[in-house]
Design a binder for this molecule. Structure first.
Ligand code: FES
Ligand code: FES
Length: 182
């Protein structure tokens, strides 16, 4: 990372790819993702840490990207909604949101999805209270939340299966029972 008085140049690891980018040193991760890297799936909302629209994962944890300087994100794994689907397939959370009408205007959806992903990565079968807590910082003006909680509940077993299949595939690819990174 290099920094002149006003400009920082750094390599950010986003959705598994290294992206070298120059940005105003005071810019947030949200601003750099959207304006410098073109990843506009992550939404501008309040920019005050109150709505959750800007949620991304940093080292696997849900983070409000409007409250984090981009410079602080160097050397960390950043995941945005653009990296959620695997190839042509929707992530189980995305599929469940579509099936259950958990997205209406869609503005909150990327943040909801990333908060829910952080939860499912940590808890295989969350109960409603855990889902409520995980999504507690994400505001939705459209859905009334019921369909969103239903979608996360529906996605949980498919997500577990998907990860199990991914792990088995990696083991079989090595041919010797060793697992490759998934
Ligand atoms: S835009 Fe970050 S919490 Fe609202
Ligand atoms: S779907 Fe419109 S804000 Fe949530």
């Amino acid at each position: 990372m290099t920094t002149t008085p006003h400009i920082t140049t750094a390599t950010l690891r986003v959705n598994g790819e290294d992206r070298t980018v120059a940005f105003a040193t005071h810019h947030t991760l949200l601003e750099v993702l959207r304006e410098e890297l073109g990843l506009t799936g992550t939404k501008h909302g309040c920019e005050l840490g109150e709505c959750g629209a800007c949620t991304v994962l940093v080292d696997g944890r849900a983070v409000l990207s409007c409250l984090m300087l981009a410079a602080e994100a160097t050397g960390r794994e950043i995941d945005t909604v653009e990296g959620l689907r695997a190839g042509p397939s929707l992530h189980p959370l995305q599929a469940a949101f579509v099936e259950l009408g958990a997205t209406q205007c869609g503005y909150c959806t990327p943040g909801m999805l990333m908060s829910a992903k952080a939860l499912l990565d940590e808890v295989e079968a969350p109960d409603d209270a855990q889902i409520d807590t995980a999504l507690g910082g994400n505001l939705c003006r459209c859905t009334g939340y019921v369909s969103i909680v239903d979608a996360v509940r529906r996605a949980a077993p498919q997500d577990m299966t998907r990860r199990e299949v991914g792990a088995e595939t990696s083991e079989s690819e090595t041919g010797d029972g060793r697992s490759t990174a998934v």
